[in-house]
Write a protein that binds this ligand. Structure first.
Ligand code: HEM
Length: 143
């Protein structure tokens, strides 16, 4: 096997992004995070309005983070489509979401694994923000 093949196989391996990360940790983080979201000044009302059934949303979010952090492939949704149709959500709301996520990762994961949770959330949020808010007119220096 060539060196390139070995690197490719390692990348495809179903292993956690950090050895501390478990399904149980993800469940605790996701539930703790959305508890806080629900009482947040600006995010609370948005999620309260949009999420009809938390008993459906929370397991879906556990599947999502399991797919991202443990590469289990359990999540089958389409996050971009789900967010594109939201109304009344701003870029600032995404920054608030990320600040709350960072705090929750610090509180519910471990010092070694928390930065992996921040990094992945930032990457995914950047993609969602780009899809939802990118406006070429804002690149015009005269604006
Ligand atoms: C202010 C920021 C955000 C708001 C208001 C928001 C709101 C929502 C809402 C209302 C849904 C449910 C949509 C539906 O069931 O139709 C949803 C789904 C979801 N959100 Fe967010 N979200 C935000 C940021 C994020 C970020 C940063 C991530 C990932 C890092 C994320 C990941 C997801 C995923 C994976 C789903 C499930 C999508 C699916 O069912 O296909 N969200 N979000």
């Amino acid at each position: 096997m060539t060196e390139q093949n070995i690197a490719f196989t390692a990348h495809k391996r179903r292993e956690p992004l950090h050895p501390d990360i478990t399904e149980e940790m993800i469940r605790t983080l996701v539930h703790g995070f959305y508890d806080r979201i629900q009482s947040h000044d600006t995010l609370g009302p948005i999620f309260g309005r949009e999420i009809q059934d938390w008993d459906e949303h929370l397991p879906k979010m556990c599947d999502f983070w399991s797919s991202v952090m443990l590469k289990t492939g359990r999540f089958k949704g389409k996050p971009m489509v789900a967010h594109m149709r939201l109304e009344g959500v701003s870029e600032q709301n995404f920054d608030e979401w990320l600040a709350l996520w960072k705090q929750a990762a610090d509180d519910f994961t471990t010092p070694g694994s928390a930065p992996f949770f921040y990094e992945r959330a930032e990457m995914i949020a950047a993609g969602l923000k780009n899809g939802m808010f990118f406006d070429p007119a804002k690149l015009d220096p005269n604006n």
